[in-house]
Design a protein around this ligand. Structure first.
Ligand SMILES: C[S@@+](CC[C@H](N)C(=O)[O-])C[C@H]1O[C@@H](n2cnc3c(N)ncnc32)[C@H](O)[C@@H]1O
Length: 245
């Protein structure tokens, strides 16, 4: 991934609504490893390698922390027997958190991203001994989805995937391909720029989008412009309307 798709930090350029693509890239944070327990929700913290050399997914992002904590609190026991695919997984923060702290299986969770992120996802699966419950795969938004990934997974996870406007229609198209009539996507979004709201507008046109409010932390993270939505396929005759627009 090029520097042009690196999301800005919470305060970079926001006040001026300047596109980060016009701003020289900041120095890369050094590679390293961190323990993550999601505020004690995991009994055994994850050990996650972070390395930004292949793209922005090489570090942990705030919406990923929020989504993992929401799932650990509210979906600890609802994911058993479900097929689960994570989009834009980066190093696998959310999928690995769910695999460690929620009841899942027998299918593995598929954590997916663009090809350059595959080694980092695989390294983090290995570091946490989760190879029996997590599978890393390449899924490039807007591209045909490999047969090795469940066709209409029950659960789709996506955290901090809204930051690069040219990718909005690609992400919508992948959601359209993946969402079956029984699928739900837990989608955690941090609004950094006004343009990010365009993604939400596109999603509302194409899908049924409901804000999640049953998270005890929601008032706190909403103040940081982070929101969690449930996205489902539209039912009825107009279900494909707007999907690719
Ligand atoms: C800000 S990071 C979020 C990573 C992780 N979900 C988290 O919350 O820590 C966004 C991720 O989306 C991935 N991504 C961006 N464009 C993509 C595309 N066209 N297809 C697949 N993944 C993409 C990036 O590689 C990156 O890992």
């Amino acid at each position: 991934m090029s520097d042009s798709s690196r999301p800005g930090s919470a305060n970079s350029n926001d006040a001026f609504n300047i596109s980060e693509f016009l701003v020289p890239p900041r120095e890369l944070k050094a590679a390293g490893q961190s323990y993550v327990s999601f505020d004690g929700l995991l009994q055994h913290p994850l050990l996650l390698k972070e390395d930004l050399k292949e793209g922005c997914g090489g570090q942990l992002w705030p919406a990923g922390m929020v989504l993992a904590k929401y799932l650990l609190r509210r979906h600890h026991s609802t994911l058993i027997d479900k097929t689960i695919v994570e989009l834009g997984a980066g190093g696998g923060l959310v999928g690995l958190g769910v695999a460690s702290g929620c009841k899942i299986g027998p299918s593995p969770i598929y954590i997916t991203d663009q090809a350059p992120m595959l080694p980092l996802m695989e390294a983090n699966i290995a570091l946490n001994n989760l190879s029996s419950s997590v599978q890393a795969a390449v899924l490039d938004w807007g591209e045909p989805i490999s047969d090795s990934i469940p066709k209409h997974p029950d659960i789709i996870l996506a955290a901090d995937c809204v930051y690069f406007e040219p990718a909005f229609p690609l992400l919508i198209s992948t959601l359209h391909d993946l969402l079956g009539s029984n699928s739900v996507c837990y989608f955690c979004f941090k609004k950094r720029r006004r343009a990010d709201l365009r993604f939400l507008k596109m999603a509302k046109k194409a899908f049924q989008v409901t804000e999640i409010n049953d998270d005890p932390d929601s008032e706190t993270y909403k103040r940081e412009n982070i929101f969690v939505y449930a996205i489902r396929a539209k039912s009825g005759p107009n279900k494909a309307a707007g999907a690719a627009s």
